[in-house]
Design a protein around this ligand. Structure first.
Ligand SMILES: Cc1cc2nc3c(=O)[nH]c(=O)nc-3n(C[C@H](O)[C@H](O)[C@H](O)COP(=O)(O)O)c2cc1C
Length: 188
């Protein structure tokens, strides 16, 4: 059983985190541990048709963002990796600087210190010098910076197709194949 921590922070495109959870429900060998920040709760309400409770119910385990005693707060709790989907610039700043002010940030910090894969679906545009410096610092600390960039070779028909493509890319960064994901050269 692979444990994966999913963080949903308050950047736009909460739907990516939700579709990630929907995808991982189809993988019987994966156990999901979800942490949603207060900002993430706001974007779920503002941007999607899901309630926060519905999103929580998609995960195997959901941990309160204020609960610093949750299992995912410790590196001794063995996890396969973590994806922050989406990752706000505030959460990026926390990851880049080891500032563990909530459980999502502590879990990301523990993931990095244990040299486990951490994928940040960073979402902001345009990017300030501060954002870019924090991305470089997080990358140098071991994180994968994976902005939700559109792709067209897969010929998306809907926005949801594009969202699912990003989910596939994020999982591929952890070495996990999303059910319907096809990379370049795998289209047929
Ligand atoms: C609808 C909405 C969309 C937002 N989009 C972004 C965004 O794309 N990127 C970002 O960095 N912050 C965005 N924010 C601001 C963050 O939610 C805010 O900075 C928050 O404090 C982040 O905290 P968190 O990382 O703990 O969730 C958005 C806020 C709202 C309400």
């Amino acid at each position: 059983m692979k444990r994966i921590i999913i963080g949903i922070s308050g950047a736009s495109c909460a739907i990516i985190g939700i579709e990630l959870l929907q995808e991982l429900r189809q993988h019987e060998d994966i156990e999901t541990h979800l942490v949603i920040t207060k900002g993430g709760e706001v974007t779920i309400k503002e941007e999607t048709d899901y309630s926060v409770e519905e999103v929580k119910s998609l995960a195997d385990y959901c941990h309160d963002v204020e609960n610093m005693a949750a299992p995912v707060a410790s590196g001794t709790f063995e996890v396969f990796g973590m994806i922050v989907a989406p990752c706000s610039m505030k959460t990026l700043a926390g990851v880049a600087n080891g500032f563990c002010e909530n459980l999502l940030l502590r879990a990301a910090d523990a993931t990095l210190k244990e040299s486990r894969p951490l994928v940040l679906i960073t979402r902001e545009t345009p990017l300030s010098t501060v954002h870019l410096k924090n991305m470089l610092a997080a990358k140098e600390a071991g994180a994968v910076i994976l902005p939700p960039a559109l792709s067209f070779y897969n010929k998306p028909q809907t926005l949801l197709d594009s969202v699912r493509y990003i989910v596939g890319k994020a999982l591929r960064a952890l070495g996990i194949k999303a059910k319907d994901f096809k990379g370049w050269g795998e289209q047929k």
